[in-house]
Write a protein that binds this ligand. Structure first.
Ligand SMILES: [Zn+2]
Length: 276
C-alpha cells in the first residue's frame, strides 16, 4: 500500500526539520510549542494526502495508520532531536542519526539524562524532572492526537466513484440560496432537495446565505455528491471581512434526478441576498 511509505517519509522529513529548528533557533519556550503544533499539523495533512493518493477508503484503517504515524513521528522526532543536540553540544559524540534511530534504548537513556539536567530556560529557570516530563507528555499527546484526528478526518468531504475508481472533483456549479425572513432554514433543508428548492437563488454577497457545494465524477455522469454550508461573514481584528462557512448538511450522494434539480437552482433568476 502506497500510503505507508509516504507517511514514513513524511515523518522522517518533519522530524529532521523539527530537530534542527528546536536545537538551532535560539528562543525556547513558546516557539518550541509552535514547532510541535506545526508538526501535528503536518501529520494531519500527510494523512489526508496519503489517503487520497493511495485511494484508501477505510476509515478504520486510516485511524490505525494515523495512530501509527503519530507514534512513529514521536519516536523519530526524539531520535533526531537527540542526534542534533548531541552533535552540536557534545564533542565526544560521533554516532550517526541512523545509529540513534536503531537504538530505542539509547534514545530512552539520553532522554533520561536530558530530563535530569534540562536543556532550555524559560524566564531564567530551566525545567527538569517532573515538570519537563509534563511538557514532554503534552507534546507527545499533541503528536499522537494529531495522528488520530488526522486519520479520522482524512476522508472528510471526499467521495469515491467505485465504478470509475477515482475521487469526485469539485464542480463549477455554484448555487447560493437566500435564507427565509426569520432566518430559520434547518427544518426546511432537512427535507432534502424538496426543501432546498423552496429557498430563492441569490447572488453571492455579504449577507448570510446557504451554499451548495457539489462534487462530480470526471468519468461518469452518475456519481455526484453535495454538501450544504451556511456562509456568514466576520470582520477580523485588522478590519478585513472574512467568509466563514459552517456545515449544515455533510457531503452525501445525490441521484440523477436530484443532481438535475440542484443544477437547475443555479439557472434560476437570482435575487440579491439582502433582498431575499
Ligand atoms: Zn464515475
Amino acid at each position: 500500500m502506497l500510503a505507508t511509505p509516504l507517511l514514513i517519509a513524511s515523518s522522517i522529513l518533519m522530524s529532521v526539520a523539527y530537530a534542527y529548528l528546536t536545537v538551532y533557533v535560539p528562543i525556547a519556550g513558546y516557539v518550541s510549542l509552535l514547532f510541535v503544533l506545526g508538526m501535528g499539523f503536518g501529520v494531519v495533512l500527510s494523512l489526508r494526502y496519503a489517503a487520497k493518493i493511495s485511494r484508501c477508503r477505510s476509515p478504520a484503517l486510516l485511524k490505525m495508520l494515523g495512530v501509527a504515524m503519530g507514534l512513529l513521528t514521536l519516536y523519530v522526532s526524539w531520535a533526531c532531536f537527540e542526534y542534533v543536540m548531541l552533535s552540536r553540544y557534545d564533542d565526544s559524540f560521533d554516532a550517526s542519526l541512523f545509529d540513534v534511530l536503531q537504538s530505542p534504548q539509547a534514545v530512552w537513556e539520553i532522554m533520561l539524562q536530558i530530563n535530569e539536567t534540562g536543556w532550555y530556560s524559560i524566564r531564567n529557570s530551566t525545567p527538569t524532572g517532573w515538570l519537563l516530563w509534563v511538557f514532554w507528555g503534552m507534546e507527545a499527546l499533541a503528536i499522537v492526537g494529531a495522528g488520530l484526528v488526522g486519520g479520522a478526518i482524512a476522508l472528510d468531504d471526499e467521495v469515491y466513484c467505485e465504478r470509475c475508481a477515482r475521487w469526485l472533483q469539485d464542480s463549477k456549479v455554484d448555487v447560493r440560496l437566500g435564507l427565509p425572513e426569520d432566518g430559520t432554514f434547518e427544518t426546511l433543508v432537512q427535507r432534502g432537495i424538496d426543501g432546498v428548492e423552496q429557498l430563492p437563488s441569490v447572488n453571492p454577497s455579504g449577507a448570510p446565505h446557504l451554499r451548495a457545494l457539489l462534487k462530480e465524477c470526471t468519468g461518469c455522469a452518475d456519481s455526484v455528491a453535495m454538501k450544504l454550508v451556511l456562509v456568514t461573514h466576520e470582520t477580523d481584528k485588522d478590519g478585513q471581512v472574512q467568509e466563514k462557512t459552517t456545515d449544515v448538511i455533510g457531503m452525501s450522494n445525490l441521484d440523477a434526478t436530484e443532481h438535475q434539480r440542484v443544477k437547475a437552482l443555479a439557472d434560476r433568476p437570482m435575487l440579491d441576498a439582502s433582498a431575499a
